[in-house]
Design a protein around this ligand. Structure first.
Ligand SMILES: [Zn+2]
Ligand SMILES: [Zn+2]
Length: 301
């Protein structure tokens, strides 16, 4: 959820209470003070829904999901490259939080831009097109978006784009969702959301190992605390503690906690990531780096 006015006021008020006169003595002291604040106070994870950009060499990029985050991504693209020629967007599934930004992705309306969409769901073109119809939206994909939209229904287990090998597999989520594993050079990136992890995802089968093992960066659905995950059994999301178990079991190097519960504020998310780190240490995962996914943050894999 976006930050409420009350949440902004509360952050400001807490910061003001922490300031000592010495923190205001010089610009450097002010910067030091700000840098000393915890991320939950001096910032936010943001309230946008799922959209992740994976940049390869030569500034080529793959995009995963078109939640509301894709709107800001689109704006940032204008600054980065005023004349983009193509985008490649992979969908995990078509729940609102993963497609709601697409009608507002300005580049898709540029006739000079080719947009390639990917999903293993047969006929997904109609799903996307149907959600941009009256009365949901004033213009349709067919009438106003670029004539160069391409819908790739994934049937082969892997596909190569810009030299990156992209694999997909179905995850346990109501109505079906699919995770993606990207191998590029000697790096492995995983986008594993939305998923309610199950014992079978931990089994050391070849199929599981080929998809889940040895990721340099694993973006994983860790929406809930353990208590809430038990309460929301079968809702299709995982607890962060199970997520840590999973990342450790499959030898991930970095875990990015993703798909934050909209009811949790920044402080609660920070508590969760700290608990996740504590838990990882306890189960022999001290080498696993754990971070919260935050809007606008760029990470080198
Ligand atoms: Zn979903
Ligand atoms: Zn979702």
């Amino acid at each position: 959820m976006p930050l409420s006015p009350q949440a902004v006021q509360s952050k400001i008020s807490t910061v003001v209470q922490r300031i000592r006169p010495s923190d205001l003595r010089s610009p450097e002291a002010r910067e030091r003070f700000l840098a000393s604040l915890p991320p939950w106070l001096f910032g936010t994870t943001s309230g946008n829904t799922a959209c992740v950009q994976l940049e390869l060499d030569d500034r080529r990029q793959l995009v995963f999901d078109a939640g509301s985050g894709i709107v800001g991504f689109g704006s940032s693209q204008f600054r980065r490259d005023p004349h983009p020629t193509e985008y490649h967007i992979f969908f995990t599934h078509f729940h609102y939080d993963h497609v709601q930004g697409l009608p507002f992705f300005a580049h898709a309306y540029n006739p000079g831009v080719a947009v390639h969409f990917y999903s293993p769901i047969p006929g997904f073109r109609k799903i996307l097109s149907d959600h941009m119809q009256h009365p949901f939206f004033p213009v349709t994909m067919e009438d106003k978006m670029s004539p160069n939209l391409y819908f790739h229904e994934l049937t082969d287990p892997e596909i190569e784009v810009y030299g990156a090998l992209v694999r997909w597999r179905e995850l346990n989520h109501p109505g079906r969702a699919f995770g993606y594993r990207v191998e590029y050079g000697d790096k492995v990136f995983g986008y594993v959301t939305d998923v309610e992890l199950q014992p079978r995802d931990f089994e050391k089968t070849t199929r599981n190992a080929e998809f889940f093992s040895d990721m340099d960066a694993m973006i994983l659905d860790t929406q809930y605390t353990l208590d809430e995950a038990i309460e929301k059994y079968n809702w299709g999301h995982s607890s962060f503690s199970l997520g840590v178990d999973f990342a450790v079991a499959w030898g991930a190097k970095r875990l990015f906690m993703f798909h934050h519960e909209p009811q949790y504020d920044d402080k609660k998310l920070e508590q969760n990531v700290n608990s996740a780190r504590w838990y990882a240490n306890r189960i022999g995962g001290a080498d696993l780096s754990i971070e919260l996914a935050r809007e606008g943050v760029t990470v080198d894999v």
